[in-house]
Ligand binder design. Structure first.
Ligand SMILES: *Cc1c(COP(=O)(O)O)cnc(C)c1O
Length: 422
């Protein structure tokens, strides 16, 4: 059966667009997807995200809407909220933010005024744009001060974070990031934020699924607000949630709507509800632990093959590779890996001497391959492919990349991905 038959109406109305979707389905099926912020949603999440709930306007919150006809929408959103509260053990959850960046903007709106000092991890050290980095609105409307990692071991220096926080007294401190291979010490951040008089936000976009599955400590009980996307390790649709104690509930809700957004994307809320239900099952706990076990096994196999890993390894789903010693720039390696059927992103490494658009590293992770059922025993093979492709990139050896691509496609065919046509 052709992949196109999965979308018969789309195929009939817009064959050009349908062909792009079918091509993407094939690409996601045949390649080894190692971008740590990506995943495969289940068929159930995919179905919920494509429902007629999308036809409904529902500004406001369950029971307090500005439009009529909310009897079903209210149930959907209330269910998503209850599931988020249960899964993460929080007093309050807002499931309406359109994505992680708008969710973080809502946090600024709730707790700071333009020009206030805010603090987060620097982007080139592994932080996120929205943690006060200059090119982001959060770094131009607020005064961003930034911490990093130690040059010796690539880990956060909590004494330096405390010194900066006490010197700057930021309104908000963000912990969390996009390229952090190590466990975040939420208790340490909490004591710093308390001393500095700051609102503490844990942005767990990358690790929310690991937290839900018990494979990373939870920030709940340590921080004022938890911000997360729903589409990374949590394996839901593209969206976000803000969670907090009851005392901050009003401020967070007001900031999301009417402060920043209009009508929530109800089809996404439905997909989030399904993903949260899936994440509460024992199988998801096993998944979260397998993600970490796979990442540790992959890191060990890469170290054996002589690769330099920032911080020397990983505690979570993510590995940051510094390719300097292999004589290949991150972008050249990423593009070669792509031709070999292995999808990664090029990434700065801490203290990178190269430019952000042409940095020294690549960032990889195990959420997607774990969703397909690969286990630790496959990780030496994956490390071999990466090693061969990086060496081929250095030598411009295209036949070697093509050979890896065939081997990748063979293994991937044996591990069908959730949500994709067989
Ligand atoms: C992915 C990510 C975001 C932003 O999410 P988008 O949905 O891409 O806007 C925010 N913070 C962190 C730490 C992230 O990893």
């Amino acid at each position: 059966m052709s992949a196109n038959h999965r979308h018969p109406a789309l195929l009939a109305t817009d064959p050009e667009l349908a062909s792009f979707v079918a091509a993407e389905e094939s690409l996601q099926a045949e390649t080894l997807r190692l971008i740590p912020s990506e995943n495969y949603v289940s068929a159930a999440v995919l179905e919920a995200s494509g429902t007629v709930l999308q036809n409904k306007y529902s500004e406001g919150y369950p029971g307090r809407r500005y439009y009529e006809g909310q009897q079903n929408i209210d149930r959907v959103e209330a269910l998503a909220v209850e599931r988020a509260k249960g899964l993460f053990g929080v007093d309050h959850a807002n499931v309406q933010p359109y994505s992680g960046s708008p969710a973080n903007l809502a946090v600024y709106l709730a707790f700071a005024k333009p020009g206030d000092t805010v603090m987060g991890m620097a982007l080139p050290m592994g932080g996120h744009l929205t943690h006060g980095w200059g090119v982001s609105a959060t770094g131009s409307w607020f005064r961003g001060v930034q911490y990093g990692v130690r040059p010796e071991d690539g880990r956060i220096d909590y004494d330096a974070v405390r010194a900066l926080a006490l010197a700057e007294r930021p309104k908000i401190i963000f912990c969390g990031g996009t390229a952090l291979p190590r466990t975040i010490d939420f208790a340490a951040f909490a004591s710093i934020a308390e001393e500095a008089g700051s609102v503490l936000v844990a942005d767990v976009a990358h690790i929310a699924g690991l937290i839900a599955g018990g494979a990373h400590p939870s920030p709940v009980g340590h921080v004022d607000v938890v911000s997360t996307t729903t589409h990374k390790t949590l394996r839901g649709p593209r969206g976000a949630m803000l969670m907090c104690r009851e005392e901050h509930a009003k401020a967070i809700d007001k900031a999301v709507f009417p402060g920043l957004q209009g009508g929530p994307h109800n089809q996404t809320t439905a997909g989030i509800a399904v993903a949260l239900h899936e994440a509460a099952q024992p199988a998801f706990t096993a998944y979260a632990h397998a993600v970490v076990a796979n990442a540790k096994a992959l890191a060990a196999a890469l170290l054996e093959r002589g690769f330099d890993l920032v911080s020397g390894g990983t505690d979570n789903h993510l590995i940051l590779m510094d390719l300097t010693s292999r004589g290949v720039a991150g972008k050249v390696a990423a593009k070669a890996l792509d031709r070999a059927g292995i999808v990664v992103n090029y990434n700065t490494v801490p203290f990178d001497p190269r430019k952000p658009f042409d940095p020294s590293g690549i960032r990889i992770g195990t959420p997607s391959l774990t969703s397909r059922g690969l286990t630790a025993e496959h990780m030496p093979v994956v490390a071999d492919w990466i090693s061969r492709a990086v060496d081929a990139a250095a030598k411009g050896d295209e036949p070697a990349l093509a050979a890896v691509r065939r081997e990748v496609a063979d293994l991937m065919a044996a591990f069908p991905a959730p949500g994709l046509p067989l």
